[in-house]
Write a protein that binds this ligand. Structure first.
Ligand code: GLU
Length: 467
């Protein structure tokens, strides 16, 4: 375990303007793991400063998604909007110390500057005539701008990106406090991170440019600088930045629509951008032990739904039968008796499913009412010849004791008597019993359905030899 100089404090700082994005979930996971690895604290701060776009629904979705992924945060969640007074206080401190100034430029003046820069084909960087003015004009509305450094360069030793630098002339005098007294994101983030004692800022690399501006505020305040780690964003399978077009963006969709287990999503997200040798299946305990920033990749990783599905299949096979039955039962609207049957069938069912929807689909035959509906492949199997075979099976099965071994023996005898391979009988039998061509092993299907239901389903489809 590497040692960090200060007790580690990380945070996840989502803006509640939508669901918990899959990229956000990965950021939360990395922060959580880093904190847990170092025995530090992981904090959650809801950045609800944009009141117009923040909703309670989105906050609930974020908390819900984090709980589902078992990313517990230490202490209560913080709400950025509660700290507005504190943000304004810091802006005033910067003003008092000469690191910020009141800017009285009007919108027209700003627009004129921007247009002039455009006409001269040079990048627009605000030049406020108020930068060096200290006297106050009480009546005129103003914003507070940071007096950003103009000389030299700002360097960040980013734990993921390596050494990154900007020339300070490229930084503008950005706004800290708007004319209505509300803080900007740039100021609020810095103040909150400082006040919450955040030591490591681990987030998407879309924030890398902000980091230089945020450092300027931190340095002006003389605060300790956090360690930055800007993680490349997730891309879709086609290599473009993950977007709505790629489908399934919210963590809730992974649970509700795709029927995935949280440990699979979490394991997948961990591997998406971080690696530990060739290990693919990594438990939470191992992840806590192994996670570091050094092995976060520098280039964006591509989302691979197939891989996620396979991983989910693994975790389904690992999951307890009772838990899976609880998750699947509501999808089928089962009563208690049916739940019990589902539970008994689960060891067989879960061996074949990649997600909970497939699991639900594969268990439907247990609860189907007669006469059964057949999928196309199954109905093709029910030829007149195979229906005759079913009647032989019916006669044999009607007389056997209903347990797996006896059932197996009986079905094998029928096949032998007809000089057929077992499969030739098992296929139509499966079709008659389940309506499908894939199912748990045929003897298990018979055992699970029970004698009277099995015989009735076979009878529904069989033809007497002389019919
Ligand atoms: N609220 C910002 C976002 O959701 C994150 C800010 C940060 O991590 O510094 O993109």
């Amino acid at each position: 375990m590497t040692t960090e100089a200060r007790p580690v404090v990380t945070r996840f700082a989502p803006s509640p303007t939508g669901f918990l994005h899959i990229g956000g979930a990965r950021t939360a996971l990395f922060n959580w793991l880093f904190a847990r690895h170092h025995g530090g604290r992981f904090l959650l701060r809801i950045e609800d400063t944009d009141k117009a776009r923040s909703t309670q629904e989105a906050i609930d979705a974020i908390l819900d998604g984090m709980r589902w992924l078992k990313l517990d945060w230490d202490g209560h969640e913080y709400y950025q909007s509660q700290f507005w007074a504190r943000h304004a206080e810091v802006a005033r401190k910067l003003l008092d110390r000469g690191h910020a100034y009141r800017c009285y430029m009007t919108q027209e003046e700003l627009t004129a500057q921007r247009e002039k820069a455009q006409a001269e084909r040079r990048p627009f960087r605000i030049e406020s005539p108020w930068r060096e003015v200290t006297d106050e004009r009480s009546e005129t509305p103003f914003v507070i701008r940071l007096k950003a450094p103009r000389d030299g360069e700002t360097v960040i030793e980013d734990r993921v990106q390596g050494r990154v630098a900007v020339q300070n002339v490229e930084l503008d005098d950005f706004v800290l406090l708007r004319s209505d007294g509300t803080p900007t994101y740039m100021l609020a983030v810095v103040v909150d991170d400082h006040d919450m004692g955040v030591t490591h800022v681990i987030r998407g690399d879309d924030h890398l440019n902000n980091a230089f501006r945020q450092l300027a505020i931190i340095r002006a305040m003389g605060w300790p600088e956090p360690i930055y780690a800007h993680v490349p964003l997730i891309h879709g399978p086609d290599g473009a930045k993950l977007s709505k077009r790629h489908g399934a963006l919210g963590v809730d969709a992974y649970r509700d629509e795709l029927g995935l287990l949280p440990e699979a999503v979490s394991n997948y997200l961990l591997r998406l951008g971080w690696g530990h040798g060739d290990d693919e299946i990594i438990s939470r305990e191992q992840a806590i032990e192994w996670f570091d920033l050094a092995n976060v990749g520098k280039s964006p990783s591509r989302f691979d739904f197939k891989k996620l599905e396979n991983l989910n299949g693994h975790y389904i096979r690992e999951a307890e039968d009772g838990r899976l039955a609880e998750l699947v039962a509501p999808k089928l609207g089962l009563d208690n008796g049916q739940r019990e049957l589902l539970l008994r069938a689960m060891p067989e069912l879960k061996a074949r499913a990649h997600d909970l929807n497939q699991l639900a689909e594969a268990s439907k035959f247990l609860f189907a009412s007669r006469p059964l509906q057949f999928d196309e492949a199954a109905s093709v199997l029910l030829t007149p010849e195979s229906r005759v075979l079913l009647s032989h099976a019916y006669k044999a099965l009607a007389g056997v004791e209903w347990n797996h071994d006896a059932l197996e023996q009986s079905v094998r005898e029928v096949a032998d008597a007809q000089d057929l391979k077992l499969g030739k009988l098992a296929q139509p039998l499966r079709a008659a019993l389940t309506g499908r061509t894939t199912s748990p092993g045929i003897f298990n299907v018979l055992a699970l359905l029970g004698k009277s239901e099995s015989l009735a389903r076979i009878e529904d489809q069989m033809l007497e030899p002389n019919e």
